[in-house]
Design a protein around this ligand. Structure first.
Ligand SMILES: [Zn+2]
Length: 240
């Protein structure tokens, strides 16, 4: 096979690997951002649980005061009953005491419910703290893996870039320039296989005489349609 053709095929293979690793590298910051977002989300759950307990505790303090006031009120009413002379007033006073006691009972029930809410919020805080700790460990582990992946990609890339430099130096300068000019617009497939009298880059048919020449792999022949460079690969085994 023509040496330049062979070099170009290898250069394109390396460039494909370099490009894949660069794409992989680009995804890493996004994956790190996902991890950070996950950490923030679990901490937000904990903050929410902490807010809920504070809210319930404040409500309970308010109701505790109301109950204290209510107790004082009942005591005062009871103290006044001894001063009452007539029965009608006495009955009215008893009614007032009863109402105040009923109110206090309602407040007590509310306090009990608030205590239940506080207990539930405390349990939720404990769960959320567990989730934060667990997520923290997982995030740290994943972060470490991503850092390692990044270091691995960097080292592979530097090796591949060195190899690329070597291949590029051995290629005819004009051919290299042509290849590099076409690389992006041909989506990394500048040199392609000609198969069954067709270009595997654009899938158009190649004139039989051109195909005969391509099969020799002796010179650089462009696809007449997409201008990719064509080469021929001997069939080794049928495709499964
Ligand atoms: Zn073509």
């Amino acid at each position: 096979m023509n040496e330049q053709l062979n070099l170009l095929i290898q250069l394109q293979e390396i460039d494909g690997r370099i490009r894949a690793r660069q794409e992989e590298k680009k995804r890493i910051p996004l994956q790190i951002a996902d991890l950070d977002a996950r950490g923030l989300a679990t901490r937000a759950e904990l903050d929410k649980a902490r807010e809920a307990i504070e809210e319930a505790q404040k409500a309970k303090r308010d109701r505790d005061r109301d109950l204290e006031d209510g107790g004082v009120k009942v005591e005062k009413l009871k103290a006044r009953t001894s001063e009452i002379k007539n029965n009608k007033e006495y009955q009215a006073m008893l009614k007032e005491i009863e109402t105040a006691e009923k109110e206090n009972k309602t407040i007590e029930e509310e306090i009990l419910k608030l205590m239940e809410r506080i207990d539930a919020a405390a349990a939720e805080i404990k769960n959320a703290e567990g989730r934060v700790a667990e997520a923290g460990r997982e995030i740290e582990e994943d972060r470490k893996k991503l850092d390692e992946a990044l270091a691995g990609l960097d080292s592979q890339l530097s090796g591949e870039l060195a190899t690329r430099k070597d291949f590029a130096a051995r290629l005819d300068k004009r051919l290299l320039a042509q290849y590099e000019r076409l690389y992006d617009s041909k989506n990394g497939r500048v040199i392609v296989e000609a198969r069954n009298e067709a270009c595997s880059g654009c899938f158009m048919s190649i004139p039989p005489q051109v195909f005969v020449n391509v099969k020799k792999n002796e010179s650089l022949i462009d696809c007449p349609h997409c201008h990719r460079i064509l080469y021929y690969k001997e069939a080794i085994a049928p495709r499964v």
